[in-house]
Design a protein around this ligand. Structure first.
Ligand code: FAD
Length: 336
């Protein structure tokens, strides 16, 4: 083999997996792609726990893998004198490092989530600089939820109120504008920015129209695509896409789906994620005597959702999966 072809081969090997989410979508030219989302392991566990989950799923050649971000929580620890210490712990650290490890281990693109909650703008800038140095050009910009023991989202004193403010910060960095005025010829980053969208409305929004308006503001501020909150009724996704298009939101809208695998989740999912479980699915699950049967009902439902999303031309199907990777594996095996 001539040496320049070798060289091109090596370059391909190094850069082939460095693509933006939007580039994956445009290269696929209408074919539906797949992506997975994982949580960093709880502190004290090794990254092997992630590789064990992903290894079988890599057979389906996901275009990218998202890694969630988890803010720190305040807990109270009893001292020997009976009083309490308030301490801050981050149970699932490591999002940025895991992204780099996934890219290195699987040669797949990684999409780190970044959240506003608990971070100053300066810390966000530093995280973005780390990502840039690691060759990670994708980021999902999120506000984050309030900590478990608080009702309302309170931003960091020097941080962002809403995801749109982080989108603007990333857009600035893409233009070489850093927080410090003294940096006049800063390197321009090249982030592809994803944001969250809610087919069933974000739970804090006064109504769906305002939620859609704020989503459009995020796109107008520079976001390149939307990944949706999970839904179990595909009509809600189709209607959301229609509403977005009518509001001149023209970016790709990636449906996020999650398998429901136990009867407990019939109430757990709506209370945590503020989404409805369709009647047919809920009734079928309630009839199940054993959890294994309930899981099979959930798997069948997800298969139906996936087939419909492919048929309707969804750009990517994003699986919020990985508590139950074998369910996703079974579904993928049947559609590919
Ligand atoms: P925003 O877009 O800021 O919206 C928050 C609320 O404020 C909405 O009700 C919106 O309508 C409203 N709003 C927006 N702008 C304005 C304005 N100017 N004035 C008044 N109201 C406004 N959470 C994590 O902690 N870590 C994760 O890794 C994570 N990953 C996620 C991935 C996806 C795909 C999704 C859908 C959610 C994820 N979440 C994650 C949860 C997310 O952080 C919460 O849903 C959070 O409550 C809202 O985040 P957002 O980015 O949609 O916020």
């Amino acid at each position: 083999m001539p040496c320049d072809i070798w060289f091109l081969g090596i370059l391909y090997f190094i850069f082939a997996s460095r693509m933006k989410v939007t580039q994956h979508i445009s290269q696929a030219a209408g074919k539906t792609l797949f992506s997975f989302e994982i949580l960093p392991p709880v502190k004290g566990k090794s990254i092997d726990s992630i590789f064990n989950v992903l290894d079988p799923l890599m057979e389906f050649k996901p275009s990218f893998i998202n890694v969630t971000y988890h803010r720190s929580e305040q807990i109270f620890k009893r001292k020997s004198d009976g009083s309490f210490d308030r301490i801050e712990i981050r149970k699932r650290p490591g999002t940025v490092g895991i992204c780099a490890a996934l890219m290195n281990h699987y040669k797949v693109d990684a999409v780190p989530h970044l959240i506003c909650g608990g971070f100053s703008n300066d810390e966000t800038e530093n995280a973005l600089i780390d990502l840039n140095f690691l060759g990670i050009d994708n980021v999902l910009a999120l506000r984050g939820d309030p900590p478990k023991n608080e009702k309302y989202f309170i931003p960091h004193a020097a941080g962002h109120n809403y995801a749109i403010d982080m989108v603007k910060q990333i857009e600035n960095l893409n233009k070489g504008v850093y927080l410090e005025d003294e940096i006049t010829e800063g390197v321009k980053t090249d982030f592809c920015i994803g944001v969250a969208g809610y087919p069933e409305k974000h739970y804090e929004s006064p109504n769906p129209d305002l939620d859609l308006m704020f989503l459009k503001h995020k796109i107008d501020a520079g976001a390149d695509y939307i990944t949706t909150q999970m839904f179990f009724d595909n009509q809600k996704y189709h209607q959301f896409v229609k509403n977005c298009r009518e509001s001149k939101i023209d970016v790709p809208i990636i449906p996020g789906i999650k398998p429901i695998t136990s009867k407990k989740q019939l109430s757990g999912i709506p209370s945590i994620f503020h989404v409805d479980i369709p009647n047919d699915l809920a009734i079928e699950m309630m009839k199940c005597k054993h959890e294994k049967d309930a899981e099979l009902v959930g798997e069948e439902w997800m298969l139906m959702q996936v087939k419909d999303l492919i048929k309707s031309g969804a750009p990517v199907i994003h699986f919020y999966t990985l508590g139950k990777p074998h369910v996703v594996y079974n579904v993928m095996k049947k559609v590919l």
